[in-house]
Ligand binder design. Structure first.
Ligand SMILES: Nc1ncnc2c1ncn2[C@@H]1O[C@H](COP(=O)(O)OP(=O)(O)O)[C@@H](O)[C@H]1O
Ligand SMILES: [Mg+2]
Length: 256
């Protein structure tokens, strides 16, 4: 399971500052393709900041700047020539709070492709079916695609948001920031099942405040604490025989 191919994402000495405060203190990490990387750590550790650096969502935050390098397929995403809109199509993100758009289930899914100029109905129909199936939502909504997405339950809305991310044909990397934090157990397990299949095609980075979720889903896990990556390795090792006492304390629930 250790990577045999070059990393999908290479991170070198990544530092992120919010004003004077250093929120990430020099993270270096190679993220392999076709795996789920779990990121765990207490609140304020820098997990969200790290995810948002990977598709340059941090650019939108005033007074924030990043140093170091992030390479996607060997190309620097902070290079002036990098097209940020194209980057965000390749590196999609799912947030903690599901936000269905105030439109039909169908239109929620095809939102991105429509913006990219896809018009053909047969093509859009295919995108909807493929994406909803991959998000484990199709069976629950296939007979009411014209219903408002807002009428779905929270857990269904989160899977709808996942389907919207998956609808992007350029998608290669999926970032998830505590995607199941407010969800019922059934929706949570459907998302986890979806990720286990989606990793065959995508690179997945899952931030979770639920260590058991990382243990269930992640191939490799990184433990963040106060802006540092304390430890990174195979999930089984991180959860059974971590090298660092702080990792052990966290995964055994002694703090956090
Ligand atoms: N928009 C922001 N402005 C100022 N500081 C921020 C902002 N976002 C995050 N931070 C700071 O960065 C640090 C890491 O936060 P965050 O990445 O949200 O951690 P986590 O997701 O692990 O809870 C915290 O100290 C937080 O106060
Ligand atoms: Mg966070």
């Amino acid at each position: 399971m250790i990577q045999a191919s070059p990393a999908k994402i290479t991170i070198r000495a990544l530092r992120v500052f919010h004003g004077q405060e250093e929120s990430l203190r020099g993270i270096s990490l190679d993220i392999p393709a076709n795996q789920v990387l779990g990121i765990i750590g207490p609140s304020g550790a820098g997990k969200t900041t790290f995810l948002r650096a990977l598709n340059r969502l941090n650019d939108l935050v005033p007074d924030m700047h990043a140093e170091g390098q992030i390479l996607l397929d060997g190309k620097d995403i902070y290079h002036p020539a990098c097209d940020v809109v194209a980057l965000r199509k390749r590196v999609g993100m799912l947030f903690a709070l599901p936000v269905a758009l105030p439109m039909s289930i169908y239109e929620n899914v095809v939102y991105g492709p429509r913006l990219s100029g896809v018009r053909k109905k047969t093509h859009l129909d295919e995108v909807v079916e493929r994406s909803l199936k991959a998000a484990f939502l199709w069976d629950e909504v296939k007979d009411r695609l014209r219903m408002s997405g807002l009428r779905l339950s929270g857990g269904q809305q989160q899977r709808l948001c996942l389907a919207r991310v998956l609808a992007m044909e350029e998608l290669e990397v999926i970032l998830l920031d505590e995607p199941c934090s407010g969800l019922d157990p059934i929706s949570t397990s459907k998302i986890e099942d979806a990720l286990t299949i989606l990793k065959e095609r995508y690179t997945i980075i899952l931030v979770t405040n639920n260590t058991k979720q990382a243990a269930r889903v992640a191939d490799e896990t990184a433990f963040f604490l106060m802006g540092d990556m304390v430890e990174y390795g195979l999930t089984e090792k991180i959860f059974t025989v971590p090298d660092d006492k702080r990792t052990n304390d966290y995964v055994t629930g002694r703090f956090g």
